[in-house]
Design a protein around this ligand. Structure first.
Ligand code: ADP
Length: 489
């Protein structure tokens, strides 16, 4: 390759696995390797990861995808990661003080409830864009500082998973994070774009233990040459959903992406001004000096898993497509998959799931279809809340919905999503958008791509699904959904 640095290495550290993908200079995936991650459940509602295991897995994945290749060919490393998951380590020894507390962990619930009772949620929301919930890092860090013996006396560092990987890749030279990860800690102020002194005081966090915050497309040092065979610069870092939004080239206000994995995360670009949700969605920093409103659905692909593993009406996830297609109309049948409560915009942790409107002729095909429909209706719930937030801020209208994640392999689901939301659903050729976003950020820093326009031009459509249902019919079906939801609350 004329000695030109022509590849990009993306590390995608997720909740259930750690992966590395090697991309060529055109951002086409060349090789990838994944290692599953052990989930540790020390108590009811608690979830932890072993930080040492995460670092070793990342290193193994990088070495595997580089296998035999000159590491000098790699222009830059990009990192994307599960967000909010938090840990402390000793800066002298480099050893973690405790397992990482994972985003799903609920141990901060009582603390959050107490803070809410003191009326602090509006103030915290205004500063951070977040709701007072144990999901975010602040109460996890507070718990670690309180419960790890002697933690405050030691020379320690706090980090989300990106910081931990950067620290290890640079062998302790760099303690940094990026704006998208910082914006999920509940300690970072969206307006000042800095750690917030008032919140640090509230959660008793010494500023000295926090990482430096850089832009996502920034300089995070270089990896130690002993690790991968060359001092490759780390030039891009973003939390998984923001990386996916970047990989989907959602660069203009109104651009919206929705990722359908186990759960679903939708982010709409709201531009350069800090947005405020009045509909209990979140405001968050994007990787390109813009902001987004974010909404999530707890159960998306998980409903398909449940139909397969618990109800046993399908043998595999892809089988849901043919069955849904064959289903009878089954008017008035709704499946509300509130297995763990209802998320945005209802926020009802006490709600539980139900299938309503059963008649004698409803069989497995109709139930499978109702399950897929539920993911579409929940998406409309999020889009409606986003629309209300955006029109309150006099922002642009929503454009087509860019989709990715495991579920969008299902054509029937994509078409139904267009029909029930009334938006065109655009499925790109590359649906691995998270790692792609990290590679794009790193490639921009390394000069492999010129600018965001260059990246937007690379976004290639696989298929556009256009809404084919009349508005009156769509709204009638949606009213039925709202009624079904009200029955489980
Ligand atoms: P995650 O990253 O959350 O593990 P993925 O993006 O890999 O999720 O997507 C996997 C999810 O997509 C699973 O919940 C699975 O049930 C669902 N899924 C995969 N293929 C299909 C399909 N053809 N139709 C419907 N759902 C599917």
């Amino acid at each position: 390759m004329n000695g030109r640095k022509s590849c990009l290495l993306a590390i995608d550290q997720g909740t259930t696995s750690t992966r590395a993908i090697l991309f060529d200079g055109q951002a086409r995936p060349l090789r990838s390797h994944a290692v599953p991650l052990r989930q540790i459940y020390p108590a009811n509602g608690w979830v932890e990861h072993d930080p040492g295991e995460i670092w070793q897995a990342a290193l193994t994945c990088c070495r595997t995808v580089l296998g035999g290749r000159d590491a000098g060919d790699v222009a830059a490393i990009g990192i994307t990661n599960q967000r909010e998951t938090s840990l402390l380590w000793d800066k002298t020894s480099g050893k973690p003080l405790h397992n990482a507390i994972v985003w799903q962990d609920r141990r901060g619930a009582a603390r959050c409830a107490a803070l809410k009772k003191r009326g602090l949620e509006p103030q915290i929301s205004r500063k951070t864009g977040l709701l007072l919930d144990p999901y975010f890092s602040a109460t996890k860090l507070e718990w670690l500082l309180k419960n790890v013996k002697g933690a405050r006396k030691r020379n320690i560092a706090f980090g989300t998973i990106d910081s931990w990987l950067i620290w290890n890749l640079t062998r302790g030279k760099v303690h940094a994070t990026d704006v998208t990860n910082a914006s999920r800690t509940m300690l970072w102020n969206l307006k000042t774009r800095d750690w917030d002194a008032g919140l640090l005081k509230l959660f008793s966090v010494p500023r000295a233990i926090l990482p430096r915050v850089a832009e996502s497309r920034g300089d995070f040092g270089a990896c130690d040459p002993m690790l991968l065979g060359a001092a490759i610069p780390i030039l891009g870092v973003a939390g998984d959903q923001q990386a996916a939004s970047f990989g989907q080239a959602c660069f203009a206000p109104g651009d919206v992406k929705s990722t359908y994995g186990t759960g679903c995360f939708a982010l709409v670009n709201t531009g350069k001004a800090v947005p405020r949700s009045r509909n209990r969605l979140l405001a968050t920093a994007l990787a390109q000096k813009q902001y987004a409103i974010e909404g999530s659905i707890f159960i998306a692909g998980a409903v398909v898993q449940w139909l397969r593993d618990e109800l046993g009406v399908i043998a595999s996830a892809p089988e849901s497509q043919a069955l849904a297609k064959s289903a009878k109309p089954a008017e008035g049948l709704y499946f509300v998959p509130a297995f763990t409560g209802l998320g945005a915009p209802y926020w009802d942790p006490g709600a539980r799931g139900a299938i309503l409107g059963l008649t004698r002729d409803v069989g497995r095909a109709e139930i499978v279809r109702a399950g897929l429909d539920a993911v579409c209706y929940q998406t409309r719930d999020l889009l409606e809340a986003m629309r209300r937030d955006m029109s309150a801020a006099r922002l642009t209208r929503l454009r087509a919905l860019k989709v990715d994640g495991g579920m969008v392999a299902n054509d029937w689901f994509c078409q139904r999503l267009a029909d029930l939301t009334g938006l065109s659903v655009d499925r790109p050729k590359v649906t691995e958008t998270t790692a792609l976003g990290a590679a794009y950020l790193a490639g921009l820093g390394a000069g492999l791509f010129k600018d965001q326009k260059d990246i937007a031009a690379r976004w290639a459509l696989d298929r556009r699904f256009k809404p084919a249902l009349a508005k009156a019919e769509r709204d009638r079906l949606y009213a039925g959904w709202k009624n079904a939801v009200s029955r489980v609350q």
